[in-house]
Design a protein around this ligand. Sequence first.
Ligand code: FE
Length: 143
Amino acid sequence: MAQVRKTEEEWKKTLSPEAYRILREKGTEQAFTGRHLENKKSGMYTCAGCGSALFSSGRKFNSGTGWPSFSQATGDSVTTKPDTDHLMRRTEVLCSKCGGHLGHVFDDGPAPAGKRYCINSLALGFQEKKEPIKGKPGKSSGP
Ligand code: FE
């Protein structure tokens, strides 16, 4: 159930034209062009439409397809539905919160679940997890 509802005009104002084409018009970015494809940092991938946390970096893997690929989504953050566009039987992946199109999920992912969430970089934001700074314990500096 979508919890963030905007009119298409509102989405056009808040999204880049490229992100709008993916999220609201079921577009697909060209393979190997996405900014998150080679990202190896730890953190959380979020919905570019509404900011909802979708995929943990720990579930990201290199599928060789040219799109960011994940073996699992976080909780109930995504929903799926059958998609027969372009004469293919695929399963569409959408953001549960805003209904934005993210990509598709296939059954050729890594064990044990065997899922490959094939997601457009343009549909994703990324929040890097900052590791705590290790070092010698010093005096805590107060205000
Ligand atoms: Fe969303």
